[in-house]
Design a protein around this ligand. Structure first.
Ligand code: ATP
Length: 330
């Protein structure tokens, strides 16, 4: 099942501290939404409000058009999957996955059929009779996902679900999570502070900072055409270009920026002559530090193709392309 989600003018106060400040968001049914931002920006608070574990100080939450504010967590069409999977150690994987259905009074035959379907979905049907301690971290994570999906929620809320996994497994699980979401079509709202993870899985990224939405859109838009300086910086490295070099207006509240992959031998903005001070090999590109020639010259970070690396100390003419003019964050 799947449903759209609407958050209207959500404010959350904890005493005198404002954790969420006028959040207005609409998620489409079947969308994979990622709430992204630094620690303390309010991501989990928003997720708890969606799940009904917290009633907002003001504002409305609608799921599938229905107002949720008076609806208890267990009666909402949502399931929450936490980082700590909390599988029952003494139960088999099948019984773990079927647990929510048992709580809903479904008979054993029916719930085992559904549990097996879900274990099959996450590639663990052959381990249905195993106990959680016999699994790897990634497998436990998959069981938790199967359990969350077994009750057929319209919206699945995921709070840093991959946070405990090592980097390689995390990247692998991101792909699996996305593939499973596509297959089931449930609306996913996933919290992370990892921008690479957000880019890997999201249909839409919501960048949050100090309880506000800084930016929201498909990964390409948020990365290539960020709305604010905070959002641009959070999504990846950024070079600041002196306003005088770029023909992009001179408003004092705007700052001209370009990503490292947009600094190189070609481009519409001539940055001047620069010396290559250092470089590191990253497999598909060289990450280079250039400094503009002359006293106090500005530094630029460029990602150059592997076959296009100047010698250390060599002077080259440096250009920037696809620069964007951004407002300072409030
Ligand atoms: P993290 O990535 O570290 O989990 P987050 O973006 O999910 O961070 P939240 O957990 O939503 O952040 O917290 C937002 C802010 O609200 C933080 O400053 C936090 O200390 C505060 N906060 C959260 N819950 C409470 C609470 N029950 N009482 C008081 N303050 C709270």
């Amino acid at each position: 099942m799947t449903a759209d989600v609407s958050l209207k003018s959500i404010h959350q106060m904890f005493g005198s501290f404002q954790a969420l400040d006028d959040i207005n968001l609409e998620f489409g049914a079947g969308e994979f939404v990622v709430l992204l931002g630094p620690s303390g920006c309010g991501k989990s608070t928003l997720l708890f409000i969606l799940g009904g574990f917290l009633t907002p100080t003001s504002g409305e939450v609608l799921i599938g058009g229905a107002n949720m504010l008076q609806v208890a967590p267990k009666d909402r069409p949502t399931t929450t999957m936490f980082q700590d999977y909390a599988l029952f150690p003494h139960m088999s994987l099948r019984d773990n996955v079927a647990f929510g259905l048992r709580m809903r009074g479904q008979n054993k035959g029916q719930r085992n059929i559904r549990a097996d379907e879900m274990l099959d979905l996450v590639g663990l049907l052959d381990k249905a009779h195993h106990k959680p301690h016999e699994l790897s971290g990634g497998q436990r994570q998959r069981v938790a996902l199967a359990r969350a999906l077994a009750v057929d929620p319209e919206v699945l809320l995921l709070d840093e679900p991959l946070g405990a996994l090592d980097l390689k497994l995390r990247r692998q699980m991101q792909e699996e999570l996305k593939a499973i979401q596509r297959k089931v079509g449930t609306t996913f709202v996933h919290v992370t502070h990892d921008q690479e993870e957000a880019m890997a899985i999201a249909d839409r990224i919501v960048v949050m900072n100090h309880g506000k939405v800084e930016d929201a859109g498909p990964p390409e838009d948020v990365y290539l055409r960020p709305k604010t300086l905070f959002s641009a910086n959070f999504m990846g490295d950024l070079n600041t270009i002196p306003a005088g070099l770029a023909n992009k207006g001179s408003e004092a509240d705007r700052i001209i920026c370009a990503r490292p992959e947009n600094i190189g031998h070609k481009g519409e903005i001539n940055l001047g002559n620069a010396v290559l001070e250092s470089s590191s090999f990253f497999g598909t590109y060289h990450r280079c530090h250039f400094r503009i020639s002359g006293k106090g010259g500005q530094e630029y970070v460029a990602h150059l193709p592997v076959d296009d690396l100047p010698k250390l100390g060599e002077e080259v003419q440096l250009f920037a392309s696809n620069a964007v003019a951004l407002e300072h964050s409030s």
